[in-house]
Design a protein around this ligand. Structure first.
Ligand SMILES: Nc1ncnc2c1ncn2[C@@H]1O[C@H](COP(=O)(O)OP(=O)(O)OP(=O)(O)O)[C@@H](O)[C@H]1O
Length: 292
């Protein structure tokens, strides 16, 4: 459900979200542990991680729907959270849902919500129960956009959408960010489609934050090498992932800090690391990780 939480402005810093040693457990099992990060205002952050990594738990805590067991979280301004289920009232039409949004939210932009539905050709007068899963998701997004959030959190927003709608939703979100200055935090498994959209990454593994920060900086600190079969990469660095196929080896390496980017020679080639390369390598490396 879309929930709007009025919360205190962080005031002095231009931070949209701050998490400090955040922890949440379900009975004895920790779903989130020692999670600290700061998300600046106006960023589009991708929250990624394997199934069960803690993404929904983190978003629910940030949205104020779950109480943390450890640490603290602060979100600046108004939060809109669209959960994974993207529930809408089955007997309500999209127009009814927008009326509900207008009624429930202290700040409401009907034009913005209607434009979103028009953009995606969602019929206003049809009962939501008779819309497809992807169309219902669009109604939930329109409701969230209409509430003019300063921080928009979307749990797997692209899951039900066809490939074109995915591209268009991410483009529309970017346009909203540019126009309104809002901050977006979205969890997803389809990282390939976030290239050029997300500019900040939060990567969770087994409830812990494995990497967090500016995406360009993070990717620039890594290199992908391909060359003849070898046990070691052709340059110094921490190997995130090594793959060997036939007589070829590929290494994704975190380069040593504060050193010039090494040049590779001979049969080795280097190419820049994409968001997808990085996330897949980290997921593979942490698959056999140990729970807290
Ligand atoms: N209500 C709950 N009760 C007990 N355990 C839960 C509950 N919700 C989540 N968990 C557990 O907490 C961990 C994190 O779950 P969470 O839903 O946050 O992961 P996720 O990264 O969003 O996963 P997915 O990508 O599959 O949606 C998992 O081990 C999950 O089994």
């Amino acid at each position: 459900m879309t929930t709007v939480v009025e919360s205190a402005d962080s005031g002095t810093t231009a931070l949209a979200v701050r998490a400090q040693d955040l922890g949440k457990r379900y009975r004895a099992k920790w779903a989130l542990r020692e999670c600290s990060f700061e998300l600046p205002v106006g960023r589009v952050a991708a929250l990624v991680g394997a199934n069960g990594a803690g993404k929904t738990t983190l978003m629910s805590v940030l949205a104020g729907l779950l109480k943390p067991d450890e640490g603290s979280a602060g979100v600046s301004g108004r939060v809109a959270f669209v959960s994974q289920e993207k529930p809408v009232y089955k007997h309500f039409t999209a127009a009814d849902m927008l009326r509900l949004g207008a009624h429930l939210n202290t700040v409401w932009d009907q034009g913005r919500a209607e434009r979103w539905l028009e953009r995606f050709e969602i019929p206003l007068g049809k009962a939501c129960g008779k819309l497809s899963g992807g169309q219902q998701a669009q109604v939930a997004f329109a409701l969230a956009i209409g509430s003019r959030p300063t921080v928009l959190m979307l749990d797997e927003p692209l899951a039900n959408l066809d490939p074109l709608a995915r591209r268009e939703v991410t483009a529309e979100l970017l346009a909203e960010v540019e126009e309104t200055g809002m901050t977006v935090l979205l969890s997803t498994h389809v990282v390939a489609e976030l290239g050029g959209v997300a500019d900040y990454l939060l990567l969770l593994a087994h409830g812990r934050l494995l990497a967090g920060g500016d995406l360009d900086e993070l990717l620039a600190r890594h290199a992908l090498y391909a060359g003849p079969k070898s046990d070691v990469p052709p340059a110094l660095g921490t190997v995130v992932e090594a793959r060997h196929r036939g007589n070829q080896s590929t290494f994704l390496v975190e380069l040593p800090a504060d050193q010039p980017r090494p040049a590779v020679a001979g049969q080795w080639t280097e190419r820049p690391v994409t968001l997808e390369d990085y996330v897949l390598a980290q997921l593979a490396a942490t698959r056999k990780g140990i729970d807290a």
